[in-house]
Design a protein. Structure first.
Lengths: 111, 112
């Protein structure tokens, strides 16, 4: 199974900064692209699931874009807050139902 | 409340022993998954099941076994054949008609 790659591996920003992460994935046999937020001592929670090239989704201060032709997705956080500190996981659906995950981007937002 | 329950949360076992991790969901989801996380690694897929009495191997199935006798339950057995079983194990489920996964809180297995 070809890998999903995420960058950067970790990020430290100040409260109020805007930031973005990248997820790159094999563009062949694409079904869907997922973003999850995983806070310490909690379960991962879904942010977005995107399927169409050019999809853009938004939830509050967080948004994501998808380019299936070139195999990448961006996650943006506008005006980061300390409660945004978490690991952000990207995953690709393949074979219809199986998902493979990247290693995640660990975000720390300090006041 | 609806959700996914994994047990036990922490488990210690001696080398050579099999151990079974429980995963139960009351969300009426069709598909269920087991992932493993190791330090510095992403979540790696062990097994998944789309329907009762059927399951498929993921990327790292060697040394593991599963069953899906009921829609609600997808237990994972870590056998003595698994060479490096110490890890954090996450169970997840999802309905077949939507994409997102719903995760349990995980089980941490330590082999002494």
């Amino acid at each position: 199974i070809l890998n999903v790659e995420q960058s950067p591996q970790s990020l430290h920003v100040q409260e109020g900064d805007s930031t973005n992460f990248t997820c790159s994935f094999p563009s062949s046999n694409f079904y869907a692209l997922h973003w999850y937020r995983w806070e310490t001592a909690k379960s991962p929670e879904a942010l977005f699931v995107m399927t169409l090239n050019g999809d853009e989704k938004k939830k509050g201060r967080i948004s994501a874009t998808l380019n299936t032709k070139e195999g990448y997705s961006y996650l943006y956080i506008k005006g980061s807050q300390p409660e945004d500190s978490a690991t952000y996981l990207c995953a690709r659906t393949y074979s219809g139902y199986a998902l493979n995950f990247g290693k995640g981007t660990s975000l720390l937002v300090t006041p | 409340d609806g959700g996914i329950t994994q047990s036990p949360k922490y488990l210690f076992r001696k080398e050579g022993q099999n151990v079974t991790l429980s995963c139960e969901q009351n969300l009426n989801h069709d598909a269920m998954y087991w992932y493993r996380q190791d330090p510095g690694q992403g979540l790696r897929l062990i097994y998944y099941s789309q329907i009762v009495n059927d399951f498929q191997k993921g990327d790292i199935a060697e040394g593991y076994s599963v069953s899906r006798e009921k829609k609600e339950s997808f237990p994972l057995t870590v056998t003595s054949a698994q060479k490096n079983p110490t890890a954090f194990y996450l169970c997840a489920s999802r309905p077949l008609n939507t994409g997102e996964l719903f995760f349990g809180e995980g089980s941490r297995l330590t082999v002494l």
